[in-house]
Write a protein that binds this ligand. Structure first.
Ligand code: DON
Length: 315
């Protein structure tokens, strides 16, 4: 048997395992609620469910709705954090945003004793992180973030303009969080909109589970995309990002997630989750109904299933 044939058969076996795991989760986990905080997001088909795995060697496996696009939402935050660390240095980022799990919901009002949001994955910290990307204005800031996230995915990502407009029209709480950070001295821009506008756009980028898996695999691979071989960020920025994902990625469920799944991860209210097995692979999952913490209900169950069945827990 040739090497190619062997890897094709192995790939088919992995795809089958993933399909079986999806089936088990569909049978055992139901409920949750599709996000309605952003009006346009409520239109999504709740039954979509897909999983992709991308290895650092560039092999991609998957089952279910792996080609369906959805908005990345908060799963954009680790990649913007990595890009900010790479661009202005982790120490400078750290002066404006902490790395402590907040134990609070994603939209909490959060400032520590130094006037910094607790971590870069709650909205307050993510907006500050976005503001740290050097640019003359909001448009240039988003264009740099867009390019960076596209390089993480290995292809040019599109913006869902309807979701963007819907969030920009209704994102008063996020603008308020940015205003508090500006008053506390941690926002890097001198007005709120040049941070929140690129933030709303980054959340509206459309990805598939395959994109999320490859973005995660790029972090797993020390910042180098496994297929394009593009060095998107340095090893230090990739490691710093995975560390914060391990402690803060699932909001006020970060502790139980570390306990049960044991992989750095980040969820988004669009129903996506990206998880990483450092040095090995990235996983992307998509299922829109969410639990009370804003994490995909079936997505969490799927990663628990994969972690338990394939011994992926890091500890
Ligand atoms: O800023 C917001 O509220 C949304 N664009 C993203 C929130 C989010 O994805 C929280 N995650 N689970």
């Amino acid at each position: 048997m040739s090497g190619n044939e062997r890897s094709r058969l192995l790939g088919a076996a992995v795809d089958e395992e993933l399909a079986r795991a999806l089936g088990r989760v569909v049978e055992s986990v139901d409920g949750g609620k599709v996000a309605d905080g952003i009006p346009e997001l409520a239109d999504v088909d709740p039954d979509r469910f897909g999983v992709s795995v991308a290895s650092v060697l560039g092999r991609v496996y998957g089952a279910g709705d792996t080609g369906v696009g959805f908005t990345i939402q908060s799963a954009s935050k680790p990649f913007v954090y990595a890009f900010a660390c790479e661009t202005v240095g982790t120490d400078a980022v750290h002066r404006s945003v902490g790395v402590e799990p907040s134990g609070e919901p994603f939209n909490a009002i959060s400032l520590d004793e130094l006037g910094r949001p607790e971590n870069p994955f709650i909205n307050a910290g993510a907006i500050v992180t976005t503001s740290l990307v050097p640019a003359a204005d909001a448009e240039e800031r988003f264009s740099r973030i867009h390019e960076a996230l596209s390089r993480f995915a290995g292809r040019e990502l599109d913006v869902d303009e309807e979701v963007y407009t819907s969030e920009a029209d209704t994102g008063h709480r996020n603008r308020a969080l940015a205003g508090l950070a500006l008053a506390a001295g941690s926002l890097a821009t001198d007005d709120v909109d040049s941070a929140t506008d690129p933030y709303f756009r980054q959340c509206s980028l459309i990805v598939t589970t395959e994109d999320l898996a490859l973005m995660g695999a790029t972090l797993a691979n020390g910042g180098v995309h496994p297929l394009t071989r593009d060095r998107v960020v340095g090893e230090r920025a990739a490691r710093d990002t995975l560390s914060v994902m391990a402690t803060c990625g699932m909001y006020d469920r970060s502790g139980s997630w570390a306990f049960r799944v044991g992989m750095p991860a980040k969820s988004g209210v669009g129903g996506g989750i990206v998880a990483v097995r450092p040095g090995e692979f990235g996983v992307g999952v998509f299922s829109p109904p969410l639990d009370e913490a804003g994490n995909s209900l079936r997505g969490v169950a799927m990663l628990e299933e994969l972690s338990a069945r394939f011994g992926l827990h890091m500890f």
